[in-house]
Design a binder for this molecule. Structure first.
Ligand code: CA
Length: 225
């Protein structure tokens, strides 16, 4: 799961990125409304945590523009105490939830998970993604084939999830790089190749007949032998 935090209190933003990170989510931070909107428009996020009072452009405007562009990523608004009219405005402009500052991080985590489940459930009926003899458990982070099962690391899991959602279609290295490592990172195609090779080993280990096919110069797709 990839999360965008838009919050100008740098300490809070960075703390949230860390907390998401230690809860198996990948998070990026933007410190003002304009950067936040730019990042959110990429459409690569599963949930956006959006502060209302922001320099550049406030959270309600960011949200309005996002929805106008057709980006339906679930948004949790962060509001200061007693900004009741902001809450109403926020929900009117298409926020999915809001949280009043100060809040307990456990509560934010629970709400982020709930929103992600809600949007994910539109794509899948249960907590697994399947392709041929392969299934990926989205809550336990395990990949299995028959009775063989192996645990995946966060990046491996995220890559496998994208491959499974894409099925036979080719997933480009660029898409993987941006979605898994983010725009700001120094990661290169090499990093993608390394994780693909880890996944190939794991596919062999659980004896799946599914393999990750390299489309030279383009990217990867799944293939069942
Ligand atoms: Ca603020």
């Amino acid at each position: 799961m990839r999360i965008l935090v838009v919050e100008d209190e740098k300490k809070l933003a960075d703390a949230l990125v860390q907390i998401f990170g230690s809860n198996r989510m990948i998070a990026d931070a933007s410190y003002n409304g304009i950067d936040g909107l730019d990042n959110a428009l990429s459409g690569i996020y599963d949930v956006i945590v959006l502060d209302i009072m922001l320099p550049g452009m406030n959270g309600i405007e960011v949200l309005g523009k996002l929805r106008k562009e057709g980006i339906k990523t679930p948004v949790i608004l962060l509001t200061a105490k007693d900004e009741v009219s902001d809450k109403v405005k926020g929900l009117d402009s298409g926020a999915d939830d809001y949280l009043t500052k100060p809040f307990a991080t456990e509560e934010l985590l629970a709400r982020v998970r709930a929103l992600n489940r809600r949007s994910a459930s539109e794509l899948i009926c249960d907590d697994t993604l399947s392709f041929s003899d392969l299934s990926l458990d989205l809550s336990a982070y395990t990949l299995s084939c028959g009775n063989n099962m192996i645990k995946l690391g966060l990046k491996e899991f995220s890559i496998m999830e994208m491959l499974l959602r894409n099925g036979n279609k080719v997933l480009t290295k660029e898409t993987l790089l941006v979605r898994i490592w983010g725009y700001e990172s120094d990661a290169e195609y090499n990093n993608v190749e390394v994780y693909i090779s880890f996944l190939r080993k794991k596919l062999g280990y659980i004896r799946s007949k599914v393999s990750i096919k390299t489309q030279r110069g383009v990217g990867y797709s799944l293939e069942a032998k």
